[in-house]
Write a protein that binds this ligand. Structure first.
Ligand code: SAH
Length: 243
């Protein structure tokens, strides 16, 4: 398995955040593991994305792809996808899983940061996805700047992260990690949560325009997720690059 040169010498990475995903990587594709929430929300987010852009034949970059749950769904929808992450173990799992799913021709996984890839191949992607990743990086604005360099003129960018307020702390940290045990304790650092207004500001500073913000909510009784207007906790953003 080829490693890129010194990917971890990057400034915009928190090793402790990567370690959380390294140690759990083997269970990434187990739908009843710590990654159950990602498996459960995947149909909703692929529907959100495919309703807002053309995935068949598109050149797509999936930033912070982890074990490849979203990456494979994008490829299954017909896209040619590059998945990037800085944690090597989830990437190994993702590469192995490709053989099981028969998607080796459509997906390329690389251990490289968005910032380095932006220097290597600017304006290369029709669509960029960066889901559930920004709340793990030290400087999300730097990631957004990199995405704006990587996207082709007129391209579509999809982001998701967690809002920062007492309700999101209660549900995502106390509820998900301590009461329902849906996620390992310490998965999320409240201080890194990002308000939609802050994310919109980062996008505007990178010359990207916000077309939509939609909430993703979890009902602990029905154990179902849905998309809707409530952006208090998890939310998805669709942004566009200028022509
Ligand atoms: N986007 C995937 C995985 C989300 S888990 C999905 O939604 O299904 C968060 C991922 O972000 C992990 O794989 C972690 O290794 C990665 N990550 C954390 N910090 C990163 C950074 N600075 N650069 C790239 N990837 C990072």
């Amino acid at each position: 398995m080829s490693r890129e040169t010194d990917p971890l010498l990057e400034a915009n990475v928190d090793q402790a955040e990567l370690d959380k995903f390294q140690s759990l990587a083997k269970r990434w594709w187990d739908p009843n593991s710590e990654f159950k929430p990602l498996h459960d929300i995947n149909p909703l987010r692929i529907r959100y994305i495919s309703e807002r852009c053309q995935l068949p034949e598109a050149s797509v970059l999936d930033v912070g792809c982890g074990g490849g749950i979203l990456t494979e769904a994008l490829a299954t929808a017909g896209a040619q996808v590059t998945g990037i992450d800085l944690a090597d173990k989830p990437l190994s799992v993702a590469r192995l899983h490709l053989h099981e799913s028969g998607l080796t021709e459509q997906i390329d996984y690389r251990q490289i940061s968005a910032e380095s890839l932006a220097t290597e191949c600017p304006a290369s992607y029709d669509v960029i996805t960066c889901l559930e990743m920004l709340e793990h990086v030290p400087d999300p604005a730097s990631t957004i700047q990199a995405l704006s360099k990587l996207i082709k003129p007129g391209g579509q960018i999809f982001l998701s992260t967690i809002n920062r307020n007492p309700k999101s702390w209660l549900l995502m940290v106390v509820g998900a990690e301590y009461v329902l045990n849906m996620l390992p304790r310490g998965t999320h650092d409240y201080a890194k949560f990002i308000k939609p207004s802050e994310l919109s500001g980062m996008l505007r500073s990178a010359s990207l325009s916000v077309s939509d913000i939609t909430g993703m909510t979890y009902n602990p009784v029905s154990r179902r997720y849905r998309l809707g207007q409530d952006i208090d906790v998890n939310y998805v953003v669709h942004a566009q690059a200028p022509q």
